[in-house]
Design a protein. Structure first.
Length: 379
C-alpha cells in the first residue's frame, strides 16, 4: 500500500513540501494537497504591485498547476482536522492519511472597517486597488499602518513605505506628499536585534518617511486614525496590514497551545501527535530573547525541507535525521532597484545572530530572480 501524506495549505510551506515529496517519492506515495484558494499569490510581489511594478496576472498562478508525480490538488475549504486520526474533512469528504503536514498560515482579518477607508496590501485585491489610487494622487498624506502584532514578514511594511517614497520621488512629487508609517512595534524588525532595528529605522527616516512606533490602532474613520496612546492622524491614502490569527479550523483543536498558535518541536517541526507536523506562520516558536520566531516564508520554506526529508526517511524505514536550525534571511526592497540583505541564525542564544549587508542592486535582482524561479519551479 502506498503511504498517504496529507498536506494542509498550498502556500509556501505546503508547496515546498509537496514538490520535494513528489520529486523524491512521488511514484511511491499519494500526496494530497488541500487548498481553499483557486489562485496562489506570490506575496513578496504584492509590494511591487502596490507601486505599479507588477501587473496582478504576473504574481499569481492557478493552484491546480502545482502538479507533479503523486500530487493531487484538492480545492476547497478544510472543514475539520483530526490530528489523532490523521484525517481531514474538505468539501464534506473525509480523507485519512499516514502523515500530515499543517501549513495553513494565518487567517487575515480586517478590523475597524479599514477596508472602507483604505487598502489591505497583504491581499491581491488590496494591493491592486492601492496601486490604482496611487496613480491618481498628486499630493497629500500617505499612511502605512501595521494594525496589530504579530504580522508576517516583519520587513514588508518598511519595504512598502520605501517603495511608495521611491514612487513619488520618481514622479517629482516628493515635496507634495508626507509619508508616515505607524506600528505598535517599538522599532523595526526587533527580533533581529537593536543594531539592525536601528539601521532599518535610519534607512526609512533618511528617505523622509515619518516613523511612529508604539502606535496601536484603536479606531478609524474615513480620514482619521486614532491610537491607544491618545494620538490621532489624518490621511488621504491608507495602506494597512490585517490582523493575523490562527485559522479557525485549527483553533478548535488541541494542537493549539497557550500562544494561540500550533506549538511544535522547533528542530523537527513535530507536533504532539505522531506523524503530524506543522510549519510556517501557523506555528509559534518562542526564542530565548522572549519574542517568537518571525512569521516569514523563508522559515516555512526551510522547515518544509526538514519535514519532507524526514517523512521520506520514515517511509523508507529510516531514522529522521534532518533538523531546522533557525537560519533565515530576507531582502529589504528600498526602491531605485536596490535592496538590503539581512540574515543569520535566529536560534542563536541568548540573542539571534542576524547581520545586515549594505544595500545594493544585487539583493534586489536576487529577489527578482527568486520570484521568477519560484514560478518556474512550482507551476
Ligand atoms: C506583502 C507580503 C510580503 C512578503 N514578503 C516576504 C518575503 O520577502 N520573504 C519572506 O520570507 N516572507 C514574506 N512574506 C511572508 C510569507 O508570505 C509567509 O510568511 C509565508 O507565505 C508563510 O507560509 P505558510 O506556508 O506558513 O502559509 P501561507 O503561504 O500563507 O499558506 C497557507 C495556505 O493555507 C490555505 N488555507 C488556510 N486555511 C485553509 C482552509 N481552511 N482550507 C484550505 N486552505 C486553507 C491558505 O489559503 C494559504 O494558501 C510576505 C508576506 C506578505 C503579505
Amino acid at each position: 500500500m502506498k503511504p498517504t501524506i496529507l498536506i494542509l495549505g498550498a502556500g509556501t510551506g505546503g508547496i515546498v513540501t509537496a514538490k520535494i515529496l513528489s520529486n523524491k517519492i512521488g511514484h511511491k506515495a499519494s500526496i494530497l494537497l488541500f487548498e481553499k484558494e483557486e489562485n496562489y499569490v506570490f506575496t513578496p510581489s504584492l509590494l511591487w504591485l502596490m507601486v505599479g511594478k507588477r501587473k496582478p496576472e504576473q504574481i499569481y498562478r492557478q493552484t491546480r498547476k502545482i502538479s507533479g508525480k503523486g500530487i493531487e490538488v484538492i480545492i476547497g475549504e478544510i472543514e475539520k482536522v483530526n490530528p489523532q486520526q490523521i484525517s481531514v474533512t474538505a468539501n464534506g469528504k473525509n480523507y485519512k492519511g499516514d502523515y500530515m503536514l499543517i501549513s495553513l498560515g494565518v487567517e487575515q482579518i480586517c478590523e475597524h472597517h479599514l477596508n472602507d477607508y483604505g487598502f489591505d496590501f497583504y491581499t491581491l485585491g488590496g494591493a491592486m486597488k492601492f496601486s490604482v489610487e496611487l496613480k491618481n494622487i498628486m499630493g497629500g498624506k500617505i499612511a502605512l499602518l501595521v494594525t496589530s502584532l504579530p504580522f508576517k514578514c516583519p520587513a514588508a511594511p518598511y519595504e512598502a513605505a520605501m517603495l511608495v517614497e521611491n514612487y513619488f520621488r520618481k514622479k517629482g512629487l516628493s515635496s507634495k506628499v508626507e509619508i508616515s508609517l505607524f506600528t505598535p512595534e517599538p522599532g523595526p524588525m526587533g527580533v533581529a536585534g537593536s543594531e539592525l532595528s536601528g539601521r532599518v529605522r535610519q534607512m526609512i527616516e533618511s528617505k523622509g518617511i515619518l516613523y511612529f512606533p508604539e502606535h496601536q490602532l484603536e479606531s478609524a474613520d474615513k480620514k482619521t486614525l486614532t491610537f491607544s496612546n491618545g494620538k490621532t492622524t489624518e490621511f488621504d491614502l491608507l495602506a494597512f496590514t490585517p490582523k493575523h490569527q490562527c485559522p479557525a479550523v485549527i483553533k478548535e483543536t488541541t494542537l493549539v497551545g497557550k500562544s494561540g498558535w500550533i506549538e511544535v518541536n522547533r528542530h523537527t517541526m513535530e507536533t504532539d501527535f505522531l506523524n503530524v507536523y506543522s510549519i510556517g506562520d501557523i506555528t509559534s516558536i518562542p526564542l530565548e530573547m522572549g519574542k517568537p520566531l518571525p512569521k516569514a516564508g523563508v522559515f516555512a520554506h526551510y522547515q518544509a525541507n526538514t519535514v519532507a526529508h524526514n517523512i521520506i526517511r520514515r517511509i523508507q524505514g529510516k531514522k529522521p535525521d534532518k533538523t531546522f536550525d533557525g537560519y533565515g534571511q530576507c531582502f529589504l526592497e528600498m526602491g531605485d532597484r536596490k535592496a538590503a540583505y539581512a540574515g543569520g541564525n535566529f536560534y542563536a542564544t541568548p540573542l539571534p545572530s542576524v547581520k545586515m549587508k549594505p544595500p545594493g542592486y544585487i539583493w534586489h535582482w536576487t529577489k527578482v530572480w527568486f520570484e521568477k524561479y519560484w514560478f518556474f519551479k512550482n507551476f
